[in-house]
Design a protein around this ligand. Structure first.
Ligand SMILES: [Zn+2]
Length: 360
């Protein structure tokens, strides 16, 4: 049977019906505490008067990843978010248990982002995932899931999406990141299962956990608005990035010996094969080795913890499909002072002490 037009879909979540042209804050019960009190995911539903797509924006599926919470907060405060069409569901915190504990995972140590689409008779994680998936994802036409790097790391803003699917590629490109990393995502991950259920969803990776970083919030708000404009849900002009490229290969540079790092690069920076990434010194200040980039690429992410043991990740580098020379040309011609991604680049670098490469 054909999908009914969006206007005729009943918009009732957790017993609350939201009429066209209205908005409502709704608490969706997904679990209980030891005390037997309800644990609920808080949602804002905003419906335009005119029909159109329904899209969710989610954050903190990993409970310690707060940049997305900041993005959604900004959208909630923003009076200019006058939807022209469709419906927007804003979910500042999905993993309520993890958020309360400043933790990535759920109290049962499971990763909510590997527990979708969930199971009403399964584990704590499976039940939370099921309640959210059935009540929110299944009624949506699109989704944007906001993440940061894991603990002790930071990510230069990038989009992860199954770019071979045109509906997913459309919103991935529209968001306005420079870097698009292709892939369906791991089994059980929110974005993979949402896409498999017919709701094209992208994942945004930006910044570090436990922070709400101003430049990342600016980038995220701009990106959500860009997608809403692309889908005809918001009036206005979308902002395009200075360049946009896919990243078809990524590699981690890892520590070879235990020691203290001095970094020579920052997130977002372009590097050439053989370029120095970080120098490793012993605790007593003896130079041990210099880690170099194995490829021409862009710094996608870095550790923010400058003490390392052998094998620990230091730097995540992506190889763009667009020629590095073309990227450098585009960057050379842009007005960097006004570019949110240049601001993010400077901002992220403040978490990392960067020093010049020592002359030998
Ligand atoms: Zn995450």
């Amino acid at each position: 049977m054909a999908t009914p037009p969006p206007t005729r879909r009943r918009f009732t979540i957790a017993g609350r019906t939201v009429a066209t042209g209205q908005q409502a804050d709704i608490r969706l019960k997904v679990s209980e505490t030891y005390l037997g009190d309800d644990v609920s995911i808080h949602l804002r539903v905003i419906r335009a008067k005119r029909p159109g797509p329904t899209i969710f924006v989610t954050a903190a599926i990993h409970g310690d990843e707060l940049n997305g919470v900041g993005v959604i907060h900004d959208l909630l405060f923003n009076d200019s978010l006058q939807l022209a069409r469709g419906a927007l569901i804003l979910v500042p915190v999905v993993n309520v248990f993890g958020f309360e504990a400043n933790e990535r995972y759920l109290p049962d140590r499971r990763d909510l982002n590997r527990s979708f689409p969930g199971n009403p008779k399964g584990s704590l994680a499976a039940r939370v995932a099921h309640a959210f998936f059935e009540n929110v994802v299944r009624r949506c036409d699109y989704g944007i899931d906001l993440h940061t790097a894991a603990i002790q790391r930071t990510n230069y803003p990038n989009i992860r999406a199954k770019l071979s699917d045109p509906r997913i590629r459309r919103i991935a490109e529209a968001f306005g990141a420079e870097l698009l990393i292709s892939g369906a995502g791991p089994e059980g991950s929110f974005r993979r299962e949402a896409c498999a259920a017919g709701c094209p969803t992208i994942c945004v990776e930006a910044g570090e956990p436990w922070k709400i970083e101003p430049a990342i919030v600016q980038f995220g708000v701009r990106g959500v608005r860009n997608v809403l404009i692309e889908l005809g849900m918001l009036k206005g002009t979308a902002t395009r990035p200075t360049y946009q490229t896919r990243v078809n290969r990524t590699t981690w540079v890892r520590a070879m010996v235990g020691g203290i790092l001095r970094f020579h690069v920052a997130p977002g920076q372009i590097v050439r094969a053989g370029q120095e990434i970080a120098s490793n010194s012993s605790l007593m200040g003896e130079e041990q080795n210099v880690l170099v980039s194995p490829i021409d690429g862009i710094i996608l992410g870095m550790t923010t913890l400058p003490a390392v043991k052998p094998g620990e990740p230091v730097c995540h580098i992506g190889r763009p499909t667009l020629a590095i020379k073309k990227i450098e040309q585009a960057l050379g011609a842009e007005n960097g002072a006004q570019n949110v991604l240049r601001r993010a680049e400077r901002h992220l670098a403040t978490s990392i002490r960067q020093v010049p490469v020592p002359s030998s």
